[in-house]
Design a protein around this ligand. Structure first.
Ligand SMILES: Nc1ncnc2c1ncn2[C@@H]1O[C@H](COP(=O)(O)OP(=O)(O)OP(=O)(O)O)[C@@H](O)[C@H]1O
Length: 308
């Protein structure tokens, strides 16, 4: 069943068009990622879904309800963790959760959420004394305390160290396994790739592509490259004759073969036929960063692929 449906969303701020035409659907139980450059319209889109901004035109359905007209119904069913949530410094972790759970008809047991988010030991700690990671986990707990069917997580792991990011990913997978549909806005390509069942790339207020992570990478990487070294002379025609090969470069014993389709197996078979052994054979792996560049023409801002 469809959990979220966004149709032809349009939103401007004064003369500035923030969301030009955004449509996508999210199925129940999915983790649906939204990626795109700064200012692409991601936050405007998800805040419209949460009923926090009013679209100029287009329609949004959250489990069949309209976020503006059916505000109370949507509030009960949708949990939201927004960028830079902040709370009074003096509030304690347990107090914040108890307060938030009182807003809902059918709240989750917040003690279980504390356990799930590894915050039980911090239940009597003031908000101001929490670390960045603990604050982030608390904001996730608060997004889940209403027992939502759908959760929106915007910049889930921004500001966390690599270990805390990985712990948070496992946690989100556990939340998904409980049946919650998750809409995840992220600047991190590794995060989107690891967590999302499908991803929308938003650019300039429009959806540039929607697909599985593997599908997006495949769409963006029709061209592949295979590198290897050879231990004996090789006539380049062995490779240039192959239908998959579009280019061959040689520098001393190092070969770089460019092509498409089943390039690697085709090259390996051709080398086998002439009994040439390839050393250090590797395929240049494409990833979601490449797909992001292909669809938006820009590099992702905050990829921690190298650091993580
Ligand atoms: N309240 C507002 N008033 C005026 N302009 C706004 C407002 N909110 C967003 N904008 C502008 O609308 C555009 C889209 O912003 P939005 O925050 O939706 O993008 P985003 O994709 O979430 O960006 P980021 O990745 O930087 O958070 C940007 O150019 C932004 O400056």
């Amino acid at each position: 069943m469809t959990a979220l449906e966004v149709r032809n969303l349009h939103k401007r701020y004064g003369p500035h068009v923030a969301v030009e035409d955004v449509s996508f659907t999210v199925e129940e139980g999915e983790i649906f990622g939204i990626i795109g450059p700064n200012g692409a319209g991601k936050t405007t889109t998800v805040e419209s879904i949460a009923g926090l901004r009013t679209p100029d035109s287009g329609s949004i359905s959250v489990l069949g309800f309209d976020p503006i007209k059916d505000q109370a119904e949507v509030r009960e069913r949708l949990g939201v963790q927004l960028q830079e949530s902040s709370f009074p410094d003096a509030i304690k972790v347990a107090e914040a959760l108890e307060l938030y759970s009182s807003f809902y008809r059918n709240p989750a047991d917040w003690r279980e959420l504390l356990e799930l988010l590894q915050l039980t030991e911090k239940r009597d700690t003031h908000y101001k004394a929490l670390s960045g990671g603990q604050k982030q986990r608390l904001s996730i707990a608060l997004a889940l305390v209403g027992n939502p069917e759908v959760a929106i997580l915007d910049e889930l792991t921004t500001g966390l160290d690599p270990q805390a990011r990985r712990d948070t990913w496992s946690l989100i997978e556990r939340v998904r396994d409980t049946g919650v549909t998750i809409l995840l806005v992220t600047h991190f390509m590794d995060e989107a790739e690891r967590l999302s069942d499908r991803i929308a790339v938003i650019d300039g207020g429009r959806v540039a592509a929607v697909d599985t992570p593997v599908g997006l990478i495949a769409q963006a990487s029709a061209v592949q490259q295979v590198r290897f070294r050879v231990s004996q002379p090789l006539d380049s025609s062995v490779l240039t004759e192959l239908p998959e090969v579009t280019g061959v470069e040689v520098a001393e014993d190092r070969w770089l073969v460019t092509g498409r389709g089943q390039l690697l197996s085709s090259v390996a078979r051709a080398l086998g036929r002439v009994e040439v052994v390839a050393h250090d054979l590797r395929v240049d792996q494409r990833n979601l960063d490449d797909a992001f560049v292909a669809f938006t023409g820009r590099a992702p801002e905050a990829s921690e692929r190298k650091a993580g």
